[in-house]
Design a protein around this ligand. Structure first.
Ligand SMILES: [Zn+2]
Length: 256
């Protein structure tokens, strides 16, 4: 029991650190800036941020959300993203224990959060999340042996092909770019984590949530839809409950 608690706490701390790194990704990737250089600095006074002011959540609270030097406000995005990623890692540890599935869930959730925030803000999905996540998904799938790897490759292929067809159809129907290349690459990445059935479920849930939220809005006024946000939600559901939902669905159509 104590060992379990220690493992969950460790996962939470690791999650806070990944959240801190995700903040850097969220701020820099849309502008194609390096993740490593320059080191983090206050955007106002350019004073480099010391390690003691860079402790996830804690530093922001101690500094009351202000720069130590110039007292300029620091966005609440930083502690919030850190805390959310910490919770994702805790949830993965509680649900799957110290297993590859747990690590997959934690990393997948972190990547999906990065995609959702970036797509909502900038209407783009940087390759670092999609190609980077695809590589992570393939590497983790190796723990499932040849079968696991093939499942991941098939998932990626179906995700890529399905979204490619949807994008082409959208372009033909609406005479405009309804879906970006980022969504296509994203679903290839998602496929490595959830397999081809999970891909179908993700797209179904994403399209459903996207239309419920955005159709009423876009009928009034033409606006871009950050479809990646809804795909991210669908993918998270597919990872957590995909098996259960497909089982239920198959029973349902068989009438039993
Ligand atoms: Zn400052």
């Amino acid at each position: 029991m104590a060992a379990d608690g220690l493992m969950v706490a460790g996962a939470g701390l690791l999650g806070l650190c990944f959240g801190s790194f995700l903040n850097v990704c969220i701020v820099r990737l849309p502008h194609e800036q390096s993740l490593l250089r320059p080191p983090s600095a206050c955007p106002k006074c350019r004073h480099p941020i010391e390690w003691r002011d860079n402790i996830p959540v804690v530093s922001w609270l101690l500094l009351k959300g202000r720069c130590r030097h110039c007292k300029a406000p620091i966005s609440a995005q930083y502690p919030i993203v850190e805390a959310v990623v910490g919770l994702i890692w805790v949830a993965a540890a509680l649900a799957y224990g110290a297993t590859i599935q747990g690590l997959s869930g934690a990393l997948f959730g972190t990547i999906l959060l990065g995609i959702a925030i970036t797509d909502a803000r900038h209407y783009l999905i940087p390759n670092e999340y999609t190609w980077g996540g695809l590589v992570i998904g393939l590497v983790l799938s190796l723990w499932g042996g040849v079968d696991g790897f093939l499942r991941a490759v098939l998932g990626a292929a179906v995700g890529f092909a399905l979204l490619f067809v949807v994008a082409q159809a959208g372009r033909w129907a609406f005479k405009e770019e309804a879906m970006g290349g980022g969504d296509i690459k994203m679903m290839a990445m998602v496929g490595t984590f959830v397999g081809w059935k999970g891909v179908l479920l993700t797209v179904f849930l994403g399209a459903l949530a996207g239309s419920l939220v955005f159709l009423p809005l876009s009928l009034k006024r033409k606006r871009l839809v950050p479809f990646g946000v809804f795909l991210a939600v669908g993918a998270a559901v597919a990872f957590v409950a995909g098996e259960t939902i497909t089982q239920w669905y198959l029973q349902f159509i068989r009438g039993g």
